[in-house]
Design a protein around this ligand. Structure first.
Ligand code: ADP
Ligand code: MG
Length: 259
């Protein structure tokens, strides 16, 4: 089967007034159908740039980007991208914000609406449907944005630190919910996170990047036992702590070598 995402020697430079800054260089990457991959690495190593290229919001300066074998060409409704910031519309209710993606892609039906409302309830937002974003906490708004992204049932989901602003307890619950939802739907997902234990708990592969310019430093395959276990419990499995320390040490090195 063709990879859902394939990068071949992809380089991206941001052009400033006087100079170009190299964000990622000669990156090769392949993500298969149904895989859940995490991107980790020190700040500035190109994680958001990679997601934006996959989402079709940025065109790579050099190299080839293929989505299911086809050249990436602009945003597609098949790709759901949840940005670091929630970007809810303040004048729309929570329900109307959650349904926005369905509305924009012409897929708002009785059943897609019912599913979205259920998802809002699953995320602990029951009773908030008619509230406005300003009446909710940051963590709640983040969950609404997550529902909005999941509601359109994208075949490829890109998540940029979706859980980072949440309370620890809620974050753990959402990791479970999201990972279970994606596994059930067979959605391919790429998650950017600075939380290494989250990356190990939810994904099948953890890709560690290093900065200046952004390159892949090391790829960690997550053992089947951890992969199969819901994130909350995966953390207690034998081998989890060792793997965490291994990734952590490597990340330390990646950050230090740049100084
Ligand atoms: P990460 O998400 O891993 O923190 P980014 O992809 O945001 O990294 O950034 C990678 C590099 O590209 C950094 O050096 C950053 O300063 C630079 N960069 C990111 N966005 C822009 C932009 N819009 N203009 C210029 N440089 C940028
Ligand atoms: Mg980023």
């Amino acid at each position: 089967m063709l990879p859902v995402v394939e990068f071949k020697e992809v380089t991206h430079a941001y052009l400033g007034d006087r100079e170009a800054s190299l964000a990622i260089e000669d990156l090769n990457l392949s993500v298969g159908q149904g895989e859940f991959v995490s991107l980790v690495g020190p700040s500035g190593c190109g994680k958001t740039t990679i997601l934006s290229i996959i989402a079709g919001l940025l065109q790579a300066s050099r190299g080839e980007v293929l989505l299911s074998g086809r050249k990436a060409a602009g945003p597609s409704p098949e790709v759901g991208y949840m940005l670091q910031q929630d970007y809810l519309f303040p004048w729309r209710t929570i329900e109307d914000n959650a349904l926005l993606g369905l509305e924009l892609t012409g897929r708002l039906t009785g059943s897609s609406r019912a599913k979205s409302l259920q998802l809002l309830a699953d995320m602990g937002l029951e009773g908030k449907e008619q509230a406005y974003p300003a009446q909710l906490s940051g963590g709640m708004r983040q969950r609404v944005a997550l529902v909005r992204t999941l509601a359109t049932d994208p075949s490829l989901l890109l998540l940029d630190e979706p859980f980072s602003a949440l309370d620890y307890q809620i974050k753990l619950q959402l990791e479970d919910l999201v990972s279970e939802t994606l596994m059930r739907r067979g959605t391919t997902a790429i998650l950017v996170t600075h939380d290494l234990s989250e990356a190990i708990a939810v994904s099948s592969r953890v890709i560690l990047l290093q900065p200046n310019p952004g390159r892949i430093r090391r790829i960690f395959e997550i053992p089947e036992a951890i992969r199969r276990t819901p994130p909350l419990y995966a953390r207690d499995l034998p081998g989890f702590a060792e793997l965490f320390h291994e990734v952590w040490k490597e990340m330390e090195l990646a950050g230090r070598e740049e100084m």
